[in-house]
Design a protein around this ligand. Structure first.
Ligand SMILES: Cc1cc2nc3c(=O)[nH]c(=O)nc-3n(C[C@H](O)[C@H](O)[C@H](O)COP(=O)(O)OP(=O)(O)OC[C@H]3O[C@@H](n4cnc5c(N)ncnc54)[C@H](O)[C@@H]3O)c2cc1C
Length: 361
């Protein structure tokens, strides 16, 4: 049976709001998207993120559901990106060429511990997903990592350039005639949006406001993250590289134009002030320890934002009649978004079914 065409409001045009608006508008629902800030330069965590889609690397600090949802998302991203690039004619730079984990020789235990943790959490499933790299294998994958004699390769992991994805999604929304209301802070109620323009009714409201939904989601908190973007033609990494270190965890994600996004701090605070001197020094020196040529890299940008996190750091998809909330994507927005879009779509299906049954009886 074809799904009824609904009049849906989405509040929050961050990653989750844009992706949902695009998928739902592709299914012929009528969508109005409310954003408190600017659509060109989103103020949410989505604009700050590094864009890694790394279910295995994240499993080291996270519970199994994050990995499982992440693996589901990895099945959708390639097809969705292809469709988005075809529709908009833009290039989004999705890359599925794995991640490399390295540690300095004195920290070799970090690699062993990572491997043990994954084996314990995944059992036999971890076997094919984790490859130990000796020096020639590492040099073959990442010639610039000549200082390191061992590493781990997680072949299934991917990453996406969020600074290309977000504008491409916006363009697709315009093409799909989504009603866009920027600079319009919204309050979400079942079947209703309240904004400065008054109260508007919809068949369904979807709340994807990230930290903007604090008053509605109990225990939602911000976790500060800082990243830097550096530029140098001297070091050419091929894929995201993570340095395992007892004190600093660093990732370096290569982007177009000789740029590398490095991050990220994780600080229990919802402070949005500029990056601290300490974080700048720690990130820079960890990067420099990967390759000395990073010393001459130019700092192009520093970014700070807060990740929307629940008490248990797991995402929530909550549904009541006329209202669905998707939140708590924490440090995993790009990793989890497609799987959460699917969960939201299944909630929409349940709500329309209930509506149809109520109308018949
Ligand atoms: C430093 C850093 C690095 C990260 N790196 C990664 C990574 O490598 N991989 C990964 O998977 N994830 C990463 N993340 C996490 C990812 O960015 C978030 O999980 C994701 O952006 C959450 O998406 P969201 O749409 O729920 O919220 P957001 O992206 O925060 O978007 C919420 C939107 O709602 C809007 N809004 C707020 N209040 C209102 C209101 N009242 N009315 C209307 N609109 C409103 C905001 O302006 C914003 O545009 C990182 C995050 C940070 C901070």
């Amino acid at each position: 049976m074809a799904q009824a065409e609904l009049n849906i409001a989405i509040a929050g045009a961050g990653l989750m709001g844009r992706l949902l608006a695009w998928r739902l508008s592709e299914k012929s629902h009528r969508i109005t998207l409310f954003e408190s800030g600017s659509l060109e330069t989103p103020g949410g965590a989505c604009h700050t993120a590094a864009g890694m889609i790394s279910p295995l690397s994240e499993l080291f600090h996270c519970p199994l559901p994050i990995y499982e949802l992440g693996m589901q998302s990895l099945q959708h991203w390639p097809q969705w990106v292809k469709q988005l690039e075809h529709q908009t004619g833009s290039q989004v730079d999705y890359r599925q060429s794995g991640s490399v984990l390295i540690a300095h020789p004195q920290d070799r235990n970090e690699l062993l511990q990572f491997q043990q943790e994954l084996n314990a959490k995944l059992g036999r499933e971890s076997g094919g997903q984790l490859q130990w790299l000796d020096n020639p294998a590492l040099r073959n994958l990442e010639p610039e990592l000549e200082r390191f004699d061992q590493g781990l390769f997680l072949a299934s992991e991917a990453d996406i350039d969020n600074r290309k994805l977000l504008p491409a999604l916006l363009q697709a929304l315009k093409q799909n005639h989504v009603q866009l209301r920027e600079n319009t802070p919204a309050e979400c109620c079942p079947g209703k949006i309240e904004s400065a323009g008054g109260s508007e009714s919809f068949d369904l409201v979807i709340d994807t406001r990230g930290l903007g939904a604090r008053s509605q989601i109990q225990g939602l908190r911000g976790v500060r993250g800082e990243v830097m973007v550096v530029e140098t033609p001297e070091v050419q990494l091929q894929r995201p590289v993570r340095l395992l270190h007892p004190r600093y965890q660093l990732y370096a994600v290569p982007r177009a134009n000789n740029r590398t996004v490095i991050g990220a701090t994780e600080i229990e605070s919802d402070d949005l002030s500029p990056i601290s001197l300490r974080s700048t020094m720690e990130l820079s020196s960890a990067l420099y320890s990967i390759h000395p040529a990073f010393a001459e890299a130019r700092v192009i940008e520093t970014r700070v934002n807060c990740r929307p996190a629940t008490m248990d750091n797991l995402p929530v998809v909550e549904s009541e009649s006329g209202l669905i909330c998707v939140n708590g994507l924490f440090r995993h927005g790009y990793l989890l978004a497609p799987a959460l879009v699917q969960k939201a779509e299944s909630e929409i299906g349940k709500q329309t079914q209930t509506l149809a049954t109520a109308q018949v009886t």
